[in-house]
Ligand binder design. Structure first.
Ligand code: GDP
Length: 298
């Protein structure tokens, strides 16, 4: 998905690297090429602005100091700033309580239920945790069944509403799931919640109520990279509503410009923690800003 962005930035670096000396206008030319490439990739304007301002300041310094290989230095400055806007160091999930609670939030179709399975599998195999998935998405008719299926594939247990444990009430299901996890010694509870096609007051109210009921260690906001420009507005609405502590970008395998989803860290200040790159449970990885920057720049 980053081929075009990557080609364009690499193109502008090529002429830079070959120069023995750089002038201020060489730097400006490079910055303006990168700026256009980022905007064309849907990176949010405020993020592009702060990125180019930081690169301009540091690159101007590098040129003025008459350093050796100024072109190489500018390339490094661009790389470092890109890592910075993508989130710097990877933050680990907070699993400090037992059971630790991870709540998922996001629009319908963002990939929450799929993520619950991916996260369940990852926590079980990579972090050696006993995991309970909790089906608090009672909005989408098939969501409970879908969670049971992915839970089975992931090799983790699923708590779903049955008569007597809160049919129709997602908050009650979340609460009873947590009680179950406490009773049976689970290490981590992952609470799947309902989304809607767009920002919706009732959806947000429900997410806020679930958050209050289970007091999660982490609220992970799941954003579909394919929704393009809407990513930033959606992220802001969720941050103002339920609030979140980490971001998961899904569908990064799609053939689209993912710049908007990658802007979420720059706009909200909340780090991207995981990337989903396909429909299979193994299409999932911790998000590393430095690796993503190299994918974009190499
Ligand atoms: P939810 O409504 O947020 O629970 O979303 P789902 O988990 O049901 O996902 C919606 C659709 O997107 C499903 O068809 C998933 O298989 C698909 N999906 C989820 N994550 C990814 C991903 O990373 N890549 C691709 N290509 N598809 C995904």
């Amino acid at each position: 998905m980053f081929n075009t962005l990557s080609d364009r930035i690499t193109g502008s670096f090529k002429s830079l690297r070959s120069k023995g000396r750089l002038s201020a206008s060489d730097v400006e030319e490079t910055i303006s090429q990168i700026r256009r490439a980022l905007l064309d990739a849907d990176v949010a304007l405020p993020v592009v602005r702060s990125f180019t301002a930081a690169v301009r300041e540091k690159a101007t310094g590098a040129v003025a100091s008459k350093a050796l290989n100024p072109g190489q230095q500018v390339v490094k400055i661009v790389n470092d700033e890109l890592v910075e806007i993508l989130g710097g160091e990877t933050r680990e999930l907070d699993l400090s309580r037992r059971p630790a609670v991870i709540m998922l939030a996001g629009l319908q179709g963002a990939g929450k239920t799929t993520l619950a399975g991916k996260l369940g599998r990852w926590l079980r195999t990579e972090r050696n945790r006993k995991v309970l998935l909790v089906a608090s998405d009672l909005q989408r008719p098939n969501a409970v069944n879908q969670l049971q299926v992915v839970g089975g594939q992931a090799g983790v247990d699923v708590w779903a509403p049955e008569p007597g444990n809160g049919v129709g009430d997602p908050v009650a299901v979340a609460r009873s799931g947590l009680a179950r996890a406490e009773e049976y010694g689970y290490d981590v509870v992952v609470v799947d919640t309902a989304g809607r096609l767009g920002i919706d007051e009732e959806m947000m109210r429900q997410a806020i109520d679930i958050r209050a009921a289970v007091n999660p260690n982490e609220v992970l906001f799941v954003i579909d990279a394919m929704i393009g420009q809407d990513a930033v507005a959606t992220a802001n609405a969720f941050q103002d509503g339920v609030g979140f502590t980490g971001v998961v970008v899904s569908k990064l395998d799609g053939d689209t410009r993912g710049g908007a989803a990658l802007s979420v860290r720059g706009v909200t200040g909340v780090p991207i923690m995981f990337a989903s790159t396909g429909e299979k449970l193994t299409d999932f990885e911790q998000f590393h800003a430095d690796r993503m920057a190299s994918r974009i720049l190499d």
